[in-house]
Design a protein around this ligand. Structure first.
Ligand SMILES: [Zn+2]
Length: 217
């Protein structure tokens, strides 16, 4: 399933009663297309002229980019609800996912048989459910030791990439490619080339299989 407002609302209301004693405020629900993170919580404060907080509202956003099981979606929503709980219950925290977060999370997992995680990463098959077409500029590289790889880069940084290639004698060949295949949405987009991450699993075959096109830049 993908996140929808009625589903997020239903889970929120049900588990607010079940796990949090009904103390969580009703948020503004939002369904996003955010990449690589499942959700987030935002607090908005309204101030008077003196800067005093006169009203606060909360936004709960969950991405619909990835398809997953209903069970995992519930755990993803519960993760964000813990963040809201910690603020509402005024629990002092040392870190975003510190020991206070872990304590509440472990209690809920044990008591209600949930599998909430601290880092709710996106699984490979969930990444594969991303169907949004976006432009991707890719650079295929051959290295002097025989390795090959491909990296994604921001087209605005092409000058920096060319400089990087020029000053890296280990790079023996490079080609620029373009595609809007959603497979590449999972790639980290480089805009500086201090630390590069290369996709090295048959990069040329991957580009051809995904019908990427050679481009001149
Ligand atoms: Zn979190």
């Amino acid at each position: 399933m993908r996140a929808t407002i009625p589903f997020v609302k239903k889970v929120y209301e049900e588990y607010n009663q079940k796990c949090f004693g009904g103390i969580l405020p009703i948020p503004e629900y939002r369904i996003s297309n955010t990449k690589r993170i499942w959700g987030n919580v935002r607090w908005r404060h309204e101030h008077d002229e003196k800067g005093e907080i006169i009203a606060q509202s909360i936004g709960l956003s969950i991405t619909k980019r990835y398809d997953t099981t209903e069970d995992r979606m519930i755990d993803i929503i519960l993760h964000e609800m813990i963040h809201i709980y910690i603020i509402v219950a005024k629990i002092p925290i040392t870190a975003m996912h510190g020991s206070e977060f872990m304590k509440v999370m472990n209690e809920i997992n044990e008591k209600y048989g949930r599998h909430i995680e601290v880092r709710k990463g996106i699984l490979w098959e969930e990444l594969n459910s991303d169907t949004i077409r976006e432009p991707h500029y890719l650079c295929y590289l051959e290295l002097s030791d025989g390795r090959t790889g491909v990296l994604a880069f921001s087209v605005k940084s092409v000058k920096k990439l060319k400089d990087f290639i020029d000053r890296t004698p280990d790079i023996t060949k490079h080609e620029f490619w373009y595609t809007d295949d959603p497979f590449f949405n999972r790639f980290w987009v480089h805009s500086s080339f201090k630390k590069i991450g290369l996709w090295t699993d048959r990069p040329k075959e991957l580009l051809e299989q995904k019908k990427a096109m050679r481009v001149r830049l």
